[in-house]
Design a protein around this ligand. Sequence first.
Ligand SMILES: [Mn+2]
Length: 308
Amino acid sequence: MKKYVIGHKNPDTDSVVSSIAFSFYLKKGGIDAEPIIPGKINRETEFILKYLKVKIPKLFKKAPINSGFYLVDHSGLGRSILGMKEDSILGVVDHHKMGGLNTIVPILYRCETVGSTSTVITKMFKEKNWIINKKIASLLLSGIISDTLNLTSVTTTDDDRKILRELALKSGVDVKKFSQQMFEAKSDISGMGLKKILLSDYKEYVHNKKKIGMGVWETVVTEVFNKKEEDILKTLRKIKIEKKLDFLFFGLVNIFKKNTIFYIIDESEFLVAKKAFKLKNKKLQNAILMKGVTSRKKQILPFILKSI
Ligand SMILES: [Mn+2]
């Protein structure tokens, strides 16, 4: 049986570099598993792979049949590639809330409350006393920088800080300079339509039988969105209908200023957000500035789900 390592849909840097690094880890343990991606990589990941001269994993639109899968950076079918089946999952390495996986046999399941899957994978290498080569160290370092916004997100733990330091020594990468270049690459929207931006880092959740969509766009340049509020709201309302959602939210995250503009498209979303974030306004506000908020996973999603 052919084996693969795969991250979540709308792949971000952590999910792509984790796939590559974990396949390397498995190989050390005698398991052949090819890293693949379930969608096109974003511009940050593109910059990293090009810079490190690492080839982009093969893209699949649907899970290849008669295969086994190691899921990284996600754990449930909802976040996984189309056609994924529970009984073809061989293992999970993750740092998200549980994705509702139900397997028929015991599988490798490693989930930790750290800032990135790359952190978990580095720990797994260390536990085995396996040497991490320069290239893999650079990839894992990129995953930590990307997910924790260079250790500034509230999701950052002491493990992330310690491991990033170790990986920087191993790889020889100048973290400050490299992260700056990563964030600039991530912020490049040239040639991208608004809809593509809104759906670039988009996730769906089912909670209390409601279907919730939530996208974020992490950037160092928010000015280009300043006069686009109406367009953003209009496009989001279209997406909500297209995807048959009960609620749709979008957050524009400013990596340097450490804040998020949270877009609220209609009354129903406003009611949820009002309760979630204890907003004082009685009347619908279409965009709220959330200071100090940069993490969907920890600072937005749990409150929205609770409120729903
Ligand atoms: Mn991640």
